[in-house]
Design a protein around this ligand. Structure first.
Ligand SMILES: C[S@@+](CC[C@H](N)C(=O)[O-])C[C@H]1O[C@@H](n2cnc3c(N)ncnc32)[C@H](O)[C@@H]1O
Length: 324
């Protein structure tokens, strides 16, 4: 049976666990252990770290099964391997992302609660995406983290939706391009386009293929190409209603007649998105919307949600069309 006193006490210090991991990632401890055999002292010397705090950190990592120690030598467990940068299912950048600015913003949640303005902007004096543009290392970390999530989240997209009726599909704000490249691979006859800001496109060394193209630009400005389907995945949840309407209007401009917009989001109320909504408010003055709220936004461009499909246990695909 739950002991409420103990439960609360555990919650108060639960961030210790995450920050221990995050700092181990920051210091590349998991990468270093994955590359060579280390004992405690050879690791300490390699990373030039202080003995006592490193001892406690390593003991914690062993206790929580991120590393194993056999005959004094360290190795990584299945969990620990996922925090190395080169693992195909790595979550190292995601781990790094949730510390730093996100953590600082969360510490200032009271500001957002009093003002309904993003604590992030109050702290850093810039909107989140402008801040990323001005800090190339942060921009890269953010998009590598998006890429790490995308591999898992979008792996079934091409099976769930039959895209074969489209000639061209564009992933607007597609970041690393994991989603649109999955679709391109499974649908060789469809012309697939990745669209994102130029600084983002240049992070990933994409190879253009016969049915995969890249266009860089800004979705708040007019886009100069045509497509008969658009994907907006985790885009609208970054913006307030006014900005969402501008994005939707610009998307409608490039859509061919009878074009489809696929909106992929975590729908508020479908699962526990309350803290996610608070996170969006802290960072971007936005929130996770309900299906009805998306429907209301879509009315602005005379679109309707004609169908919905579950993408995974968190995200839903809203299939939207101009019904006039
Ligand atoms: C939350 S990420 C989603 C990335 C990707 N769609 C996914 O689901 O993993 C938001 C994306 O919007 C892009 N973005 C932000 N502002 C933009 C702008 N003004 N024009 C084009 N893309 C923009 C970002 O670079 C980023 O790739």
């Amino acid at each position: 049976m739950e002991n409420p006193h103990q439960t609360l006490k555990n919650i108060f210090t639960s961030y210790w666990h995450f920050l221990a991991l995050q700092n181990a990632c920051k210091l590349d401890i998991f990468d270093v252990i994955s590359e060579q055999k280390y004992t405690f002292f050879s690791l300490k010397n390699e990373l030039k770290l202080a003995e006592k705090p490193l001892f406690y950190l390593i003991s914690f990592l062993e206790e929580e099964q991120y590393i194993e120690i056999k005959n004094d030598f360290f190795s990584l467990t299945q969990k620990g391997i996922l925090l190395t940068k080169n693992h195909p299912e790595s979550l190292k950048n995601a781990c790094l992302l949730w510390g730093e600015e996100h953590l600082n913003a969360w510490q200032n949640l009271d500001f957002t609660l009093k003002t309904q303005k993003p604590a992030f902007e109050n702290l850093y004096q810039l909107p989140f995406f402008e801040y990323l543009q001005k800090n190339p290392k942060k921009l890269e970390n953010y998009h590598l983290a998006m890429c790490e999530y995308a591999h898992e989240d979008y792996k079934n997209m091409a099976e769930i939706i039959d895209f074969s009726t489209h000639k061209t599909i564009t992933d607007i704000g597609g970041s690393s391009g994991v989603l649109i490249q999955n679709i391109a691979k499974k649908n060789p006859k469809i012309n697939c386009i990745l669209f994102d800001l130029p600084e983002v496109i240049s992070i990933f060394k994409h190879q253009k293929k016969d049915n995969f193209d890249i266009i860089s630009g800004d979705f708040f400005e007019k886009m100069y190409f045509k497509t008969d389907a658009i994907i907006l995945s985790r885009i609208l949840h970054d913006w307030n209603d006014e900005n969402c309407c501008i994005i939707l209007e610009n998307c409608k401009e490039i859509l061919q007649k009878n074009g489809i917009i696929y909106i992929i989001e975590n729908l508020q109320n479908e699962q526990k998105t309350h803290l996610l909504s608070l996170n969006m408010m802290l960072m971007c003055e936005s929130f996770e919307r309900t299906k009805e709220e998306y429907q209301k936004l879509l009315q602005y461009i005379d679109f309707e949600i004609i169908d919905t499909k579950k993408l995974n246990n968190l995200q839903t695909i809203l299939i939207c069309k101009n019904e006039l």
